[in-house]
Design a protein around this ligand. Structure first.
Ligand code: GLA
Length: 743
C-alpha cells in the first residue's frame, strides 16, 4: 500500500485534514466539516469494508472500530451491505455495485486491493483489480472543502489485450453507501409525474430491495435521483439524516437494501437494469458522481447542506442573481409572431422584467407540435425578418433576449428528419413510437452532437441570444445505440453524456450565455445537469397552490436560486383554479421569479400591483436566492405553509406564508423562525416592530395579517437593527451580476 501523508491521530478534530489514512490497519477516515466516514481495506480478503458514517471521531478511534460482520453460516452473506463497493463473486448475496460478464461468459469477480493513494489532500483512490481477469476498478472519494458532502465515483478499465475479448459491465454503480447500525429506518424520496413533480414521501424501509429509478432516458418527473434515510424519529430540524444523490441526467437506478440481518445500504448508479456497457481491451469507463451527506440536524439541515454544495461546487455561476424573466408560452403558445411578442415585451419591461424569453413556435414550419422540430431557423411566416428585430427591441426595452430550443428532438415532418431519418433512436425493424408527435435524436452519436453544436452556435450568434430555455419533451422508446451489440442500451447513459458535451462546448463558445434546463417542466433536474445550466423550469404546472407542494419537494435537495417559477393568468390554464395575483406572486417569489401570463389582458390595476410585487422581489432576491432556507411549515400538513430565508450575512430575513384554503378553526400559533442569533434584534420593515432573535425563534413571529378567504398570503421582511454584529453565516457577499443583456 502506498503511504499517503497522514495526520497525526491526535489532531484536534476541527483542524483535521479531509482524508486521513492509517496504513497499518488499512483504515481511512474522511473528515467533512461536521461528520466522519470510515472504511477499511483488507488486502488479504480483497475487500474494502465500511466502518462508520456519522458524527466526527478521531483516526485513533477509527482504527479500533469493528466492522459489522454477520453471523457466519453456510447461508450467510457475511459482508452483505457492509462493503464499500460489493461485486458479484464469493459469498455475496446482496445488491452488487459491480457485475460483469467476461468474454468466456463467466461473471464472478475475485478482487485484489492493489493500493490506496491520495491524488490530492481531499481525494482518495482505492485501486482494485481482478486476481486473474483483465479488469481493474478504482474507487474515488473526494471531500469538497467546507461542507459535509462526500463525492464518490468509480472507473473501470479493461487491462487486457485483443485475445481477452470484450468485458461487459452489467452493473457499474457510482457508489454503494452502507448506513450505520440503527433500527426503524425510513426512506425518503420524491415521486410524481408531469406537472406533479416533487411529491415527498417518507416511509418505513422494507426488508428487501427498494428500487427507484428511471427507464426513460432522462432523470424523469416520476422520481428524482436522491434518497434520504433516517432512523424514523428525525424531524425537519433535528435528528440524523443520510442523503445520497446521483449527478447524472440519463436513466438511473438507486436501490435501497435492508437485509434480514438489519443492514441498510444504498447503491447508486447510471442506467436501469440491463443497461450494459462493453469494454474492449484498453478501454475505460468512468461513472458519474454520487453525492453523500450526513447531518445530525434534520431534513432542513440536509437540504441546506445540499443547497450549499450545489452553489459552491456544482453551479457554474452561483454568485449571480437570476433575472426576473418573462416567458411567452402560456400567453401565445405556438402562435408567436414578431408583433405579439413585441407587445408582450413592452408590458413585461414596464413591469420590471429583465429577460424576455420567446418560447416554442418561432422556427421552421412549426404550426403546432406536429412539425418543425429540428429546423432551427426562424419561421418565415412569423418572423419574416428573422429574430434580430425582436431581439433588438427587447434589448432596447432594457431586457436580455432568450429563446426556447429543443435540440435533442425532431418531428418526422421536418427537413432534418427528411435528411437524416437514421439519426433518431430506433430499433431498425420496430415501429418508432412518437410521443408528442416527436422522436429523439441519438446524442450518443458524434455526427448528431456536431450538428447540434453547429446549429446552436449559429443561432446564438445570429440572434445574439443571451439565454436558452433548453427543453426535452418526451421519454425514450425503442432506444438502442446504433449497430447491434450486447450493450445497445448504453444509449440510456451515453445520450446524456452527448448532451453534456454540447452544453459544455456551447458554454465555452459563449461564456455570457445562460441556460435554463427544462424537460416538460421538471423532467430533468439533477446535480449533473445543474453543473452546466443556471436554473431549471421546475414544472409545467403554474398553479400557485400546486406549486407549494412541488417546490417543497424540489427544495429537499435543490436551492431556490435554480427554481424557476412564473406568475401566470388566473384561472390557471391547467387546473382552472382562480388565485389572487398577490398569492401567485408570493408563491413564485420563493424561487426565481418569472412572468408567464398574457400581460396584454391584465388590467391596469393588476399591472400596477405586479410592478410593485416585482420591486419587492428584487429587494428580497439576494436573500431568497443566496440565503439559507428554512421550511417552517410544510404544505398539506396544516392550514399554513411557510418558508423562511436568512441572508448570507444574517442581516435580513424573509418569510413567505401561504394559506391556500380557509376554514373555521383555532388561530395557528406564531411562526417559530430558525437560524437567528438570540441576541440580534430584527425590525419588521413594514410594521417597524422590533424583536430579538431569541423571541423570534423561541416564541415565534406572530402571524402576519392574512386577507380573509382562500389563497391568502403574506411576505414579511425583517432587517437586523445593528447590521454586521456577529453574522451567523460566514460566506462572502453576492455580486449582483445579471447575465447577458443590458443592466
Ligand atoms: C414544454 C415546456 C413548456 C413549453 C413547451 C413548449 O412543455 O415545459 O414550458 O416550453 O414545452 O412546447
Amino acid at each position: 500500500m502506498t503511504t499517503p501523508p497522514t495526520a497525526s491521530a491526535s489532531s484536534p478534530l476541527g483542524a483535521a485534514p479531509p482524508v486521513q489514512v492509517d496504513e497499518a490497519s488499512g483504515t481511512v477516515l474522511l473528515r467533512t466539516a461536521d461528520s466522519a466516514y470510515v472504511l477499511r481495506a483488507d488486502r488479504a480478503a480483497g475487500t474494502v469494508r465500511h466502518v462508520h458514517w456519522g458524527d466526527p471521531l478521531p483516526l485513533a478511534d477509527a482504527v479500533l472500530l469493528p466492522v459489522w460482520a454477520e453471523h457466519d453460516n453456510s447461508f450467510a452473506g457475511r459482508w452483505d451491505g457492509v462493503e464499500e463497493y460489493p461485486h458479484e463473486g464469493g459469498a455475496r448475496f446482496g445488491v452488487p455495485a459491480l457485475e460483469v460478464r467476461f468474454a468466456d461468459g463467466s461473471s464472478p469477480v475475485e478482487a485484489t486491493v492493489q493500493d490506496m493513494a491520495l491524488l490530492a489532500d481531499d481525494h482518495l483512490v482505492i485501486r482494485l483489480h481482478d486476481r486473474v481477469r483483465p479488469l481493474s476498478w478504482h474507487l474515488h472519494y473526494r471531500v469538497p472543502a467546507g461542507g459535509d458532502m462526500i463525492e464518490r465515483w468509480a472507473e473501470f478499465t479493461h487491462t487486457g489485450t485483443g485475445d481477452d475479448g470484450d468485458i461487459l459491465l452489467l452493473r457499474h454503480d457510482c457508489a454503494h453507501w452502507p448506513m450505520p447500525r440503527r433500527s426503524g429506518w425510513r426512506l425518503g424520496a420524491v415521486h410524481g409525474g408531469w406537472s406533479a413533480e416533487g411529491r415527498l414521501e417518507r416511509s418505513r424501509l422494507a426488508v428487501g430491495e427498494t428500487a427507484l429509478g428511471s427507464r426513460r432516458g432522462h432523470t424523469s418527473h416520476h422520481a428524482n435521483p436522491w434518497v434520504s434515510l433516517d432512523p424514523g424519529d428525525t424531524g425537519e430540524e433535528h435528528g440524523d439524516v443520510w442523503t445520497v444523490a446521483l449527478a447524472a441526467s440519463g436513466s438511473w437506478r438507486i436501490t435501497a437494501q435492508r437485509t434480514a440481518a438489519g443492514r441498510v445500504s444504498v447503491a447508486v448508479g447510471e442506467g436501469h437494469e440491463g443497461t450494459e456497457l462493453r469494454l474492449a481491451p484498453g478501454q475505460s469507463h468512468r461513472t458519474a458522481v454520487s453525492l453523500g451527506l450526513h447531518t445530525a440536524h434534520g431534513f432542513g439541515a440536509a437540504g441546506r447542506a445540499f443547497h450549499r454544495h450545489l452553489r459552491e461546487h456544482v453551479l457554474p455561476h452561483p454568485r449571480e442573481l437570476r433575472p426576473v424573466l418573462y416567458n411567452s408560452w402560456e400567453a401565445t403558445s405556438f402562435q408567436v409572431s414578431e408583433d405579439n411578442q413585441i407587445a408582450l415585451a413592452r408590458h413585461a419591461a414596464e413591469l420590471g422584467a429583465e429577460l424576455f424569453v420567446l418560447d416554442d413556435g418561432w422556427f421552421g414550419g412549426r404550426e403546432d407540435d406536429r412539425s418543425g422540430l429540428g429546423d432551427w431557423t426562424p419561421h418565415p411566416g412569423r418572423f419574416p425578418r428573422g429574430l434580430r428585430p425582436l431581439a433588438d427591441e427587447v434589448r432596447r426595452l432594457g431586457m436580455a433576449f432568450g429563446l426556447w430550443v429543443e435540440p435533442e428532438m425532431v418531428n418526422a415532418d421536418s427537413e432534418l428528419y427528411r435528411r437524416h431519418p437514421d439519426w433518431v433512436l430506433h430499433t431498425p425493424d420496430r415501429a418508432a413510437t412518437e410521443l408528442r408527435n416527436q422522436l429523439v435524436l441519438d446524442f450518443s452519436r458524434p455526427e448528431v452532437t456536431t450538428w447540434a453544436l453547429e446549429t446552436l452556435r449559429r443561432l446564438v450568434e445570429e440572434a445574439s441570444v443571451d439565454f436558452l430555455k433548453w427543453d426535452f419533451n418526451r421519454s425514450f422508446t425503442e432506444a438502442g445505440a446504433r449497430g447491434s451489440g450486447p450493450d445497445a442500451r448504453r444509449v440510456h447513459v451515453e445520450h446524456a453524456r452527448g448532451l453534456y458535451h454540447v452544453l459544455d462546448q456551447l458554454r465555452s463558445s459563449f461564456p455570457q450565455l445562460r441556460i435554463e434546463a427544462c424537460a416538460g417542466g421538471g423532467g430533468r433536474v439533477d446535480p449533473g445537469i445543474l453543473h452546466r445550466t443556471d436554473q431549471v423550469w421546475t414544472s409545467d404546472n403554474t398553479d400557485a397552490v400546486d406549486r407549494l407542494t412541488i417546490q417543497h419537494g424540489f427544495s429537499q435537495v435543490y436551492p431556490a436560486c435554480v427554481m424557476s417559477a412564473w406568475v401566470t393568468d388566473s384561472p390557471n390554464p391547467l387546473t382552472g383554479r382562480s388565485v389572487p395575483l398577490r398569492f401567485r406572486f408570493h408563491s413564485a417569489m420563493a424561487g426565481v421569479l418569472g412572468l408567464g401570463g398574457d400581460l396584454t389582458r391584465w388590467t391596469a390595476a393588476e399591472r400596477a400591483e405586479a410592478a410593485e410585487l416585482i420591486r419587492a422581489y428584487k429587494d428580497i432576491r439576494p436573500v431568497v436566492q443566496h440565503g439559507r432556507q428554512f421550511r417552517l411549515l410544510a404544505p398539506e400538513e396544516g392550514p399554513l405553509t411557510a418558508v423562511q430565508y436568512v441572508a448570507e450575512d444574517g442581516d435580513r430575513v424573509v418569510v413567505l406564508v401561504w394559506r391556500p384554503s380557509t376554514g373555521f378553526g383555532p388561530e395557528p400559533p406564531p411562526l417559530r423562525l430558525r437560524g437567528l442569533p438570540p441576541e440580534a434584534r430584527y425590525r419588521d420593515e413594514d410594521t417597524g416592530l422590533e424583536r430579538s432573535g431569541a423571541t423570534l425563534t423561541g416564541f415565534g413571529l406572530p402571524l402576519p395579517a392574512l386577507p380573509p378567504g382562500d389563497c391568502a398570503s403574506a411576505l414579511v421582511r425583517l432587517r437586523r437593527v445593528e447590521p454586521g454584529a456577529g453574522a451567523p453565516v460566514g460566506e462572502p457577499s453576492a455580486s449582483a451580476v445579471l447575465p447577458g443583456g443590458p443592466g
